[in-house]
Design a protein around this ligand. Structure first.
Ligand SMILES: NC(=O)c1ccc[n+]([C@@H]2O[C@H](COP(=O)([O-])OP(=O)(O)OC[C@H]3O[C@@H](n4cnc5c(N)ncnc54)[C@H](O)[C@@H]3O)[C@@H](O)[C@H]2O)c1
Length: 342
């Protein structure tokens, strides 16, 4: 992989992945394309931003001309850019469909034209919908229940259709909930940690019995890197860690790590379409050498320490927790700010 284009590389998972790629000798150059929405921050890239192997481009994946230009200079694409927060999709589905579906299609069109060697489309376990029992396998039907998950499911299908129709070497990854340093405090773990560290209460939906699987962001990036290098075009890979627990159990662990008592927890009415349980079978990725290695207890302790040590990174984001999803137009401005260190 000579030159990898990473979309959404200033977001949570994308920035961890970019730092990992820059440490890899197998990749000569990384270009990040990111619109720097409320969820994207150059600080996430840290000193990696100044690497001579990195070019950062501020721009929108819906800008077909810009995307064509960048894909033309790349040999592979790893596509993270998305509207990613379920709660926001309940109030503005349109922005999710535009970025997540049409943005993906814009990238795929360019990948088709420029004969990209590998296109990794980063998706989620939420596309399978709730699993009452058992674990979702890659060939299972998709039953998304909220606009975010539906937009990701649609983009997965569009991506796979470009493989079947045009031969674009697409791999789709579906990971369970990620956690780790640098996640936006709108997501449950950083939301609860930052509130508890400030002495504020946290709120659980319903009875707190919703089951999620938690995957350390570095373990996800390890799997993504493996798929980038060795994934078979046209294949889907589930990436999880088998750490199934209820939100109540998760909260109990966070209370201890943050030094708070059970009185810090309150319960409210359940959220609309709050899927009861997600679970995936990850045998296929394991067969390719994918090995999530971080025990949840260690990963959570490390994550809490990061938030304790870096209030400068998350406190400013709390001041505007309901920042609107930016309006994404289908004819974006042509003036893009580009910063090149290449
Ligand atoms: N966070 C999770 O637990 C999780 C789990 C499974 C899958 N995923 C998927 O992984 C990917 C990354 O998730 P994340 O948590 O890092 O998200 P994030 O919200 O932290 O980051 C998204 C990034 O995409 C950028 N972006 C948004 N719209 C854009 C556009 N139109 N053009 C260019 N850039 C744009 C943002 O500025 C931001 O930097 C997403 O595709 C998400 O669906 C996330």
């Amino acid at each position: 992989m000579e030159a990898v284009l990473v979309t959404g590389g200033a977001g949570f998972i994308g920035s961890h992945f970019v730092k990992r790629l820059l440490r890899t000798d197998e990749v000569a150059h990384v270009t990040v394309l990111d619109a720097l929405t409320y969820a994207g921050h150059l600080e996430n890239l840290g000193t990696a931003f100044f690497s001579p192997k990195l070019t950062f481009v501020e721009g929108n994946i819906l800008d077909a001309q810009l995307v064509d230009d960048l894909v033309d200079r790349s040999t592979a694409v790893v596509h993270f850019a998305a509207e990613s927060h379920v709660d926001r999709s309940l109030i503005n589905a349109g922005g999710f469909l535009a970025t997540n579906v049409l943005g993906t299609q814009t990238l795929l069109d360019a990948a088709m034209r420029h004969r990209i060697e590998k296109f990794v489309h980063v998706s989620t376990d939420e596309v399978y919908g709730p699993q009452v029992t058992g674990c979702a396998r890659e060939e299972d039907p998709l039953r998304p229940t909220v606009p975010y998950a539906a937009s990701k499911a649609a983009s997965d299908l569009v991506a796979l259709s470009y493989h079947h129709t045009y031969g674009v070497p697409v791999c789709v990854t579906r990971s369970s909930n990620n956690y780790g340093p640098g996640q936006h405090p709108e997501k449950i773990i950083p939301l609860f940690v930052t509130r508890l560290l400030q002495g504020d209460p946290v709120t659980l939906h319903g009875d707190g019995g919703h089951v999620r699987n938690w995957l350390h962001v570095e373990d996800n990036c390890q799997g993504l890197e493996r798929i980038l290098f060795d994934g078979q075009p046209g294949e889907i890979y589930n990436l999880g860690a088998g750490t199934e627990l209820t939100n109540r159990e998760l909260t109990d662990m966070l209370l201890i790590l943050c030094g708070a008592g059970p009185e810090a927890v309150t319960y409210i009415e359940d959220r609309t379409a709050n899927d009861r349980r997600y679970a995936m079978d990850c045998t296929k990725a394991m067969g390719m050498g994918y090995r999530p290695s971080r025990p949840l207890s260690d990963g959570l302790a490390e994550t809490v320490e990061w938030y304790r040590a870096n209030p400068n990174r998350w406190a400013p984001l709390l001041r505007n927790p309901h920042a609107p999803t930016p309006t994404v137009t289908l004819a974006p401005a042509t003036t893009e700010r580009r910063t090149s260190h290449a």
